[in-house]
Design a binder for this molecule. Structure first.
Ligand SMILES: NC(=O)c1ccc[n+]([C@@H]2O[C@H](COP(=O)([O-])OP(=O)(O)OC[C@H]3O[C@@H](n4cnc5c(N)ncnc54)[C@H](O)[C@@H]3O)[C@@H](O)[C@H]2O)c1
Length: 259
């Protein structure tokens, strides 16, 4: 049975009720996990209030700011986990960012700053969060990140984010190899296209969704809940033999040769 009772799960990347991280947090909570939430702080605190209201039904015992570009904030978030929970069992890395101008048009014209920002927030952040989580995962653990087919194949307009996702997927393998002896598993979910705040920055996202609805074996795209269910599986003992893998939750689109 899928049971996460007594497990402490820290979820990053909830922005609103469309966020994939929100779908994941709900499924982890349903399976009995104790939830902690990090949010990206903004100057006016508006974001904090919105996310706090959304996650209230999950009774998060931790709710802390964590801009992954700020080392001090990352450390403070994990210090809170250590002080309140003592140990961490589950980490959900569900965030990414690239400048809008780098998610359309010419990849060859990506600026150095745009490239660096995308890699820092979308790829390096997994390494950083895993490094901070490792000493707290004293009973082993499960770490799950979110990736997309554009990190393996060329998808129009995905551009710099495709390079970031390729780096993210390779990071999953290196991290899994290094943390495996401590029984910490690291896996990625490659989700099909879903309308969210982040995906709406990718040029032509609606066309991508319609294309998937036409050619994917299941003739539809996926929901946040379906991704959440797979994440719950990857965080549970049911997946105890799986690490370093990228699991496609995409209605089967990835297998198609004439997609
Ligand atoms: N939506 C899709 O079609 C799709 C498909 C496959 C993979 N993904 C991946 O899923 C993950 C979640 O994206 P989403 O689609 O749910 O969109 P979203 O906009 O709901 O989530 C993106 C999150 O990243 C956070 N973020 C951005 N910069 C940050 C920073 N510096 N520090 C901390 N957090 C930061 C935002 O606050 C937000 O919560 C991303 O990794 C995305 O690439 C999305």
């Amino acid at each position: 049975m899928l049971d996460l009772t007594g497990k402490n799960a820290l979820v990053t990347g909830i922005a609103n009720n469309r966020s994939i991280a929100w779908g994941i947090a709900q499924q982890l909570h349903k399976a009995g996990a104790n939830i902690g939430v990090t949010y990206l702080p903004d100057d006016k605190g508006k974001f904090e209030k919105k996310v706090a209201e959304l996650v209230e039904p999950l009774n998060p015992s931790i709710f802390v700011p964590c801009n992954v570009q700020d080392d001090d904030q990352v450390q403070a978030a994990f210090d809170t986990v250590r002080d309140k929970w003592g140990k961490l069992d589950i980490l959900i890395h569900c965030l990414a960012f690239a400048q809008k101008e780098d998610l359309t048009g010419s990849f060859a014209n990506t600026s150095r700053g745009g490239f660096t920002t995308a890699m820092d927030i979308s790829t390096y952040s997994l390494v950083k969060l895993c490094g901070a989580a490792q000493p707290l995962m004293t009973d082993g653990g499960s770490i799950v990140t979110l990736t997309y087919l554009g990190g393996v194949r060329v998808i129009p307009n995905y551009n710099v984010m495709g390079i970031a996702k390729a780096g993210l997927e390779m990071s999953v393998r290196y991290l899994a190899s290094e943390m495996g002896p401590q029984n910490i598993r690291v896996n990625g979910i490659s989700a099909g296209p879903i309308r969210t705040l982040a995906s709406s920055a990718v040029g032509g996202i609606l066309d991508m969704i319609h294309h998937v609805e036409e050619v994917a074996p299941l003739r539809r795209t996926v929901t946040q809940t379906e991704v959440g269910n797979t994440a719950a599986f990857l965080c549970s003992d049911l997946s105890s033999g799986i690490t370093g893998q990228i699991i496609y939750v995409d209605s089967g689109y990835e297998i198609m040769g004439m997609g």
